[in-house]
Design a protein around this ligand. Structure first.
Ligand code: COA
Length: 572
């Protein structure tokens, strides 16, 4: 079938649906929801059998939904309507939530239902639920809806709204999210922030300013002081007292500041940060290590998978400590939402010299990759519980084995960030796994890749697990089996032999120097594309057109025009 995605952006859910549908031989083209005329033009150019809206912020134009079936993915149970579905579900402590695929009609989210799914609502931030439970449920529901549509026999029904659990809810306001520090329990504070994370955060007066709070974690040891007071700090996060305990807040965004960026809390507070002690131990840890049955596991759940200069340095130090341990296998677990998304673009944007900070960050990242490549004493495994993008994917490829949860999406390319050349030794790491043609396609096509496709091309070694807990327990089983494998010594010897041979052929330092030469031009050269693309990314500047690598219907027209003008030129 020809399927047009009409979407606000090509976000993680749209990417996953794209991967699932193209793997089933559907022809999928993408149009960003920019304005009604552009949408109507896309319909005319592509003439789709079906329109799917994975992530929309506006209603679909009437001329479009009257002309063909348009399926909207709504992150709520049947009958639920409104723009703050997940926010209300989390705030009100729903135990079960869902995804509904409904047909667009005049009233938003109120059309006939083509498929729906439910899932237990985990105590987690909205963005984490969206990237895990909502995405998995949406994939199941959309695939069923597409089958229903293809059958031609399915008649979707409008639910009897007087009997559904879901109902019309207004957009959640800051007043609904506001924390009353004197009254709210830790649980309530956590719930309010989780219902608002990653956007818009909870607006809260703090240290004489107004800040949006992001990234809340319960703290069980620290307590005392006035509710709301800052008790301690750790790795850029602040610990605040509640009436019955304490919470860590990892990130803040200062209202009305320029730039208004989500940054580590202590950095955002700057000179307003009170003089509080560093907490040596805490329930919230950006990096933690555990060990069992001869296997070390290094977790690094950095917010949004973004890894700043200091985070790369701390992770490298933790990695080197883990290498010293008496284990045979070391598993790099990343975080459950993201494995890594490469250098930290927000921190770079906020730096006095973004070019210098980019340089420091990529060098710190490269030092980390280098440490992983220089590990003769252990078999290293990257275990991708969550998605990875740009340099984050190449960081994963530095390990001896790369495993991913089946639903993981990889974006192993830098080009979308203003033609960034990229480093992380990717010019060494990618060709050792895939053919030259595949490497070119991966880096130039700029399309998301699902774990099954990544395995088929050799980019990763294996994928399994329907969800994060299932994946993590299979990773543990495999790592323990590997650690007790009698062939391990031979495997390590072979690893050292191959590394020495590769080094002989071309030293790792040469790969690094060549990549950094190109990166220097990206950061300091005349072409400002990277700085512009980064600015647009971190400030979420709306797209003014859909990139041609996504809009198949526009690319086809463009290619046809190019061919005809070439033919004309040859004829004249
Ligand atoms: N630095 C800082 N923040 C980053 C980031 C990075 N490298 N990568 C992602 N984020 C943030 C986003 O700003 C967003 O923040 P929010 O909390 O305000 O929502 C959040 O992570 C999720 O990103 P989003 O783009 O919405 O997620 P996605 O799953 O739809 O897309 C990617 C995933 C990887 C395709 C996309 O995030 C991306 O292109 N990231 C940039 C990768 C990059 O170019 N890195 C630098 C070169 S190594």
């Amino acid at each position: 079938m020809r399927i047009l995605f009409l979407t606000h952006s090509f976000n993680s859910l749209a990417q996953r649906l794209f991967v699932e549908l193209t793997a089933r031989s559907h022809e999928v083209s993408i149009e960003f929801d920019i304005n009604d005329e552009v949408t109507t033009e896309a319909i005319r150019l592509f003439s789709p059998d079906l329109v799917i809206a994975p992530f929309l912020k506006r209603a679909i134009p009437e001329a479009v939904w009257r002309g063909r079936v348009c399926l909207v993915v709504h992150p709520g149970v049947v009958g639920d309507r409104g723009p703050s579905s997940l926010d209300w579900a989390i705030l009100e402590g729903e135990r079960e939530w869902g995804v509904t695929v409904l047909q667009a009609e005049a009233e938003m989210d109120a059309g006939p239902v083509w498929a729906s799914e439910t899932f237990p609502l985990r105590a987690a931030p909205k963005s984490s639920l969206y990237r895990n439970e909502v995405t998995e449920a949406a994939v199941r529901a959309v695939l069923r809806a597409v089958e229903n549509f293809a059958s031609g026999a399915f008649r979707p029904e409008s639910p009897d709204l007087s009997r559904t659990r879901g109902r019309l809810r207004p957009a959640m306001r800051q007043a609904d999210r506001a924390i009353d520090w004197a009254q709210d329990t830790t649980e309530r504070v956590l719930r309010k922030i989780r219902a608002s994370d990653g956007t818009p955060g909870v607006l809260d007066p703090l240290c004489g300013g107004e800040y949006f709070l992001h990234g809340a974690w319960r703290e069980s040891r620290l307590r005392g002081g006035e509710p709301g007071a800052i008790l301690a700090q750790r790795d850029g996060a602040i610990c605040r007292a509640t009436r019955d305990g304490a919470v860590w807040i990892t990130h803040l965004r200062r209202k009305g500041s320029s730039p208004e960026l989500k940054l580590p809390a202590t950095l955002t507070l700057g000179a307003s940060m009170p003089d509080v002690p560093e907490a040596p131990v805490a329930d919230w840890n950006e990096i933690h290590y555990e060990e069992r049955a001869g296997v070390g596991y290094l977790h690094f759940p950095f917010a949004n998978g973004a890894m700043g200069t200091e985070q790369c340095r701390r992770l490298r130090a933790a990695y080197l400590d883990a290498v010293e341990r008496d284990t045979r296998v070391l598993v790099l677990m990343g975080g459950t939402d993201f494995w890594s998304n490469g250098i930290h673009l927000n921190l770079i944007e906020a730096a006095a010299s973004p070019a210098d900070e980019s340089w420091q960050n990529i060098n710190a990242m490269n030092d980390l990759v280098r440490a992983i490549l220089d590990t003769p004493s252990k078999i290293t495994v990257s275990a991708l519980q969550g998605n990875a993008g740009a340099g984050g994917v190449f960081l994963a490829l530095a390990a001896d084995q790369v495993l991913a949860r089946t639903g993981v999406i990889l974006n192993p390319h830098y080009k979308s960030m203003g033609n960034l050349f990229g480093s992380e030794y990717w010019t060494y790491l990618l060709p050792r796994r895939v053919s030259e043609a595949q490497a070119r396609a991966i880096t130039q096509n700029r399309l998301p890749i699902g774990a099954p496709e990544a395995k088929a091309s050799g980019l990763i070694d294996d994928h399994f697990g329907a969800d994060v807990p299932g994946f993590a327990s299979e990773v543990r089983r495999r790592a323990e089996t590997l650690a007790s494998d009698p062939r391990l010594a031979a495997m390590l010897a072979e690893k050292s032999r191959v590394r020495a041979q590769d080094e002989e052929r071309k030293p790792l330092e040469s790969y690094r120097a060549e990549e950094l030469e190109r990166m220097k031009l990206n950061f300091y050269g005349f072409d400002p594309s990277y700085h512009v693309a980064r600015y647009n990314f971190v400030f979420r500047v709306p797209h003014s057109w859909t990139p041609l690598h996504l809009a198949l219907h526009r690319r086809n027209v463009w290619e046809a025009r190019e061919a005809s003008s070439r033919a004309q030129a040859q004829g004249s």
